[in-house]
Design a protein around this ligand. Structure first.
Ligand SMILES: [Ca+2]
Ligand SMILES: [Ca+2]
Ligand SMILES: [Ca+2]
Ligand SMILES: [Ca+2]
Length: 355
């Protein structure tokens, strides 16, 4: 995106502090199309839109309402910017959540920037980003904007096209809560953890394993292994296990809170990074008896080097596993050398149906 100018005159406009929810059924008072500083616009659409593969799809709110989308037949690199009203940096941080679709080959990216004026210069940082095809469905996105920086700021939701035609990039149901950072909690007892605040829904298991997972920012200390940054924004925090201090076969458990039953199953998703010549094994499992690691049943596992990139994993938890209250757990097992760091970020448990 080009360097943009935040008009200093805008900063003296009286501010509304109230949080805002936008389902696009009525004109938004919080989000606006940028007309001059980008290449194309977000379009308002009602009803179905012909999707990449599977035909006509409606909005997220009701399936029949309005949402925003960009025309992906435009050139690669074309940018569509939706900007927020001017926001006042709160004492405790803010939480912006939204539903998005990014579907299709080479369709492009969606990202959120925080824009502020620092000593007369406009600065912006990416706080959240998804690159490329994210499945043929509405996905939930959420990011904490911390209570730091200048007094006023703007958020920018940007789509950047990848040049592939026939795909879809869309947005709906944006919630802007300027009173607090995002909490881990989702509806129905589910949770979402991006490690930008101290997690409350998952934690290290003590005593029954050999060591603990660590929350990290930037690269890990060992060369040739571990990510260079987190998956949320590239500049945030993630969870990892440091292989160099441990011996082959050593394990570390990361266990969730007890989740209430779901009679139609659940969906566990996360990003993982497993790069290095000595990477061991990462397993996701479900505990049938809360607190009892011995009742863990593996639902997903991966071993060895997976390349220097974050990968997305999505696992349906069948209703037989979620009919009683349950817990989910990640197990890291160290490989046979120091280049074996395993990292996780953006863990989400949606406790209301399969993926
Ligand atoms: Ca809608
Ligand atoms: Ca525009
Ligand atoms: Ca993160
Ligand atoms: Ca431990």
């Amino acid at each position: 995106m080009d360097v943009r100018i935040l008009l200093s005159i805008a900063i003296v406009i009286p501010l509304r502090v109230k949080a805002g929810f936008t389902d696009f059924e009525t004109a938004s008072k919080d989000w606006f199309n940028v007309l001059l500083r980008d290449d194309i616009d977000w379009n308002l659409h009602k009803g179905g839109l012909t999707d990449w593969k599977t035909g006509t799809k409606g909005d997220h709110t009701t399936g029949k309402g309005k949402f925003l989308y960009v025309d992906t037949s435009n050139d690669s690199g074309a940018s569509a910017i939706l900007e927020s009203r001017i926001l006042q940096t709160p004492e405790r941080g803010s939480c912006v959540s939204f539903w998005y679709r990014v579907s299709g080959n080479d369709v492009g990216d969606v990202m959120i920037h925080k824009v502020e004026v620092v000593e007369g210069r406009t600065e912006e940082r990416v706080w959240w980003r998804r690159k490329g095809h994210q499945g043929d469905k509405w996905n939930f996105g959420r990011v904490t904007i911390p209570a730091s920086g200048t007094k006023y700021y703007q958020l920018v939701l940007e789509a950047k096209l990848g040049g592939g035609s026939g795909g879809i990039i869309a947005l709906d149901d944006i919630n802007l809560d300027v009173s607090q950072p995002c909490t881990d909690s989702l509806e129905n007892g589910g949770f979402m953890i991006d490690f930008e605040t101290q997690p409350t829904a998952m934690q290290n298991k003590e005593n029954v394993d050999h060591f603990d997972w660590i929350i990290q920012k930037g690269p890990t200390p060992s060369s040739g292994t571990g990510p260079s940054g987190d998956v949320t924004s590239g500049q945030g925090h993630y969870l990892y296990l440091e292989a160099s201090k441990m011996s082959s076969g050593h394990t570390a458990y990361y266990l969730s809170i007890t989740v209430p039953p779901s009679h139609n199953g659940a969906c566990l998703s996360f990003y993982y990074h497993m790069n290095g010549n000595h990477v061991g094994t990462l397993t996701a499992s479900v505990l049938g008896k809360p607190g009892w690691v011995s009742t863990a049943t593996s639902v997903w596992t991966k071993s060895g080097k997976q390349g220097d990139m974050w990968h997305f994993a999505e696992v349906s938890l069948e209703k037989t596993r979620t009919a009683q209250k349950y817990e989910v757990m990640f197990t890291g097992i160290v490989g046979d050398g120091y280049q074996g760091d395993i990292a996780i970020d953006n863990i989400m448990l949606q406790n209301n149906g399969l993926c």
